[in-house]
Design a protein around this ligand. Structure first.
Ligand SMILES: Cc1ncc(COP(=O)(O)O)c(C=O)c1O
Length: 230
């Protein structure tokens, strides 16, 4: 925010995976000029279809966003600028209103599950588990590990009935969409290395310790299979 202020920039926080997360006791989505949240069904607070929320703390920005989500018009059928159709539909709003009071409780359960995974993986130092930054309150939308032979382990996990996922297979700077920016492989070596190592394991508030143990045992089994195959 200091850098942004010095250069007169606006800051948009992408909080899509982080509803309820905090840094130094402050909720994400309240640091920048805007906070963007996703209510995609699999998110920590999910609707029954697409939806999202933008937070801001400035009346002018608020009015502009309200207009932009409605084809750029603050007054019906009068369009001041080009907007989009991004009105949250009422059915989603009704469902999200009912679910919202539970999000802190669900986040607390995700945290317990993450710490349980950490303990279960502790005796396998070759599998790297998530580290929390000091003063942060993580809400574990994903529980992401780093593991050697990732692609092979991932494939074996699918074959063994564990729904692990790779978020994300292509980093932003190598997406076709950003070709005109001129980045090439090797420009962001740490990102590219992690892209090849990360894998997210089943994580949701209701996962049981037994299910987590099955996930951990299967990951270890699959990793050992890849080592034997080499
Ligand atoms: C970090 C992040 N940003 C943005 C998005 C996009 O959210 P939506 O699909 O609701 O537009 C997602 C959803 O997957 C996300 O995880």
């Amino acid at each position: 925010m200091d850098i942004a202020k010095r250069h007169n920039l606006k800051v948009v926080e992408d909080c899509c995976q982080a509803i309820g997360a905090e840094f130094k006791g402050q909720k994400v989505g309240s640091f920048g000029d805007f906070g963007c949240f996703s209510f995609y069904p699999t998110k920590n607070l999910g609707g029954m279809g697409d939806g999202g929320m933008i937070t801001c703390n400035d009346e002018n920005l608020y009015n502009r966003v309200i207009a932009l989500r409605n084809h750029g018009g603050a007054i019906r059928y009068y369009h001041d600028e080009l907007g989009v159709n991004s009105r949250l539909d009422e059915i989603q709003a009704a469902i999200l209103r009912v679910k919202m009071p539970y999000v802190n409780e669900w986040n607390a359960k995700r945290r317990e599950n993450a710490y349980r995974y950490n303990e279960m993986f502790a005796k396998y130092p070759e599998i790297l588990t998530p580290k929390e930054v000091e003063n942060s309150y993580c809400v574990y939308h994903q529980y992401t590990i780093r593991i050697e032979n990732r692609d092979k382990v991932h494939q074996l996990l699918q074959e063994n009935g564990v729904g692990a996922m790779i978020y994300y297979p292509v980093p932003l700077h190598l997406q076709k969409l950003h070709k005109e920016l001129g980045y090439k492989e090797g420009d962001l070596p740490l990102t590219e290395k992690d892209t090849k190592l990360v894998m997210s394991l089943p994580m949701f508030p209701e996962i049981t310790p037994e299910e987590q143990q099955t996930v951990v045992d299967t990951v270890v089994k699959c990793l050992n299979m890849t080592k034997q195959a080499v």
